[in-house]
Design a protein around this ligand. Sequence first.
Ligand code: ZN
Ligand code: FE
Length: 253
Amino acid sequence: MQITPIPCLTDNYAYIINDNNFKIVGVVDPSEASPVIDFLQQQNLRLDYILNTHHHFDHIGGNIELKKKYNAKIVGFNGDKHRIPDIDITLNDKEEWVFGNSQVKILHIPGHTLGHICFFFKKEKIAFTGDTLFSLGCGKIFEGDHEQLLRSLNKIKKLPGDTKIYCGHEYTYRNAEFCMKYDEDNISLKKRFEKIKKLRSNNLPTIPAILDDELRTNIFLRCDQDDLKIKLNMENQEDYRVFRKIRDLKDSF
Ligand code: ZN
Ligand code: FE
């Protein structure tokens, strides 16, 4: 299975999923159709499925044009069927859906939006996390609350450590700067920041991120760690309060 990031709009990624053996092709979160069509034509591929992590326009904007052109099926969360126009396949939390030869587990991860989901390809250990978990960051809270988003991130944290995380935006550099501001003596973070600088200076994607690296370096995933609580002067405080503090700091960063 091959995953290709397709840059869209200013900093979005759509991802082409190509199961070469079964000749099944999907795209995750196409914010616009034309860069996706360009890639499919170059590779001489058709499109079978459009997978949406949530209903925001920068994730579904290309749906209808792609559906018309390829007769592809739109796949998303059952709870968001009224907000994802022309949806064909509606999935529920914990449901398993089959893509070619792959079992895909659906995780409902609300907080950024109430109907946000993660597509987890079990055998391949690939997770599409949309705008919930970013590389070195997390999504803004638009519809849910902090406790909800923290619970959702904790679900993702329980996936296998070598899971590859494909998120909705290239925010990694700016996220790294933020993490460094509050966690600058984190050696794993420092090392990772150097790699990110190199990638971005060559205009290369920083995606996928590996979950284990995120656990060590993403400040939003470290709000349960005592050393970070101490750095934030929040020793012995509850995780969600620490999480809320970090989210507020990031919103004004
Ligand atoms: Zn969004
Ligand atoms: Fe987005």
